[in-house]
Ligand binder design. Sequence first.
Ligand code: ASC
Length: 154
Amino acid sequence: MRKITLGALALTLWLPLAAGADEAAPENYIKYRQQYMTALGGHVGASAQIVRGRVAPEGHLARHAAAIAELTRDLTVLFPEDSDFGETEAKENIWSEWKAFQQAARRAAKAGQAFQAAVQGGDKAAIGQTFRDLGKACKGCHKKFRKKKAEDAD
Ligand code: ASC
């Protein structure tokens, strides 16, 4: 029984690869980047609760900052060419203005690293400042490269 279960699990994990399921297909990236960005937004939102002093769970800001620094590292990877159709809010100018998009992504990466460094340093003013900078980096990129949603705050 145990053997069968493990065998089935191994098959489930390997079959898509073995069958040559195109894991790099651009359309797969649409769903993947949405889930990725939702995770990133979750860490930013959770950090906001802590930075604003609404909650103070011991050591958590460092966790969120580490995740943010990691998740902002190479955001352009989420946007392969041809992943611009269907259910996506990604705007066409991501690809037509790729250099500017790369720059915006780099700004987010730097902001993520600066926020993590500030959290590690423990200085409240620096944490507040770098968190605001991070917000600006997120917002700036969304403004230019993401389609507007009615329910959007930014
Ligand atoms: C978030 C989130 C964004 C940014 C932006 C910052 O948590 O989901 O898009 O922060 O609102 O201004």
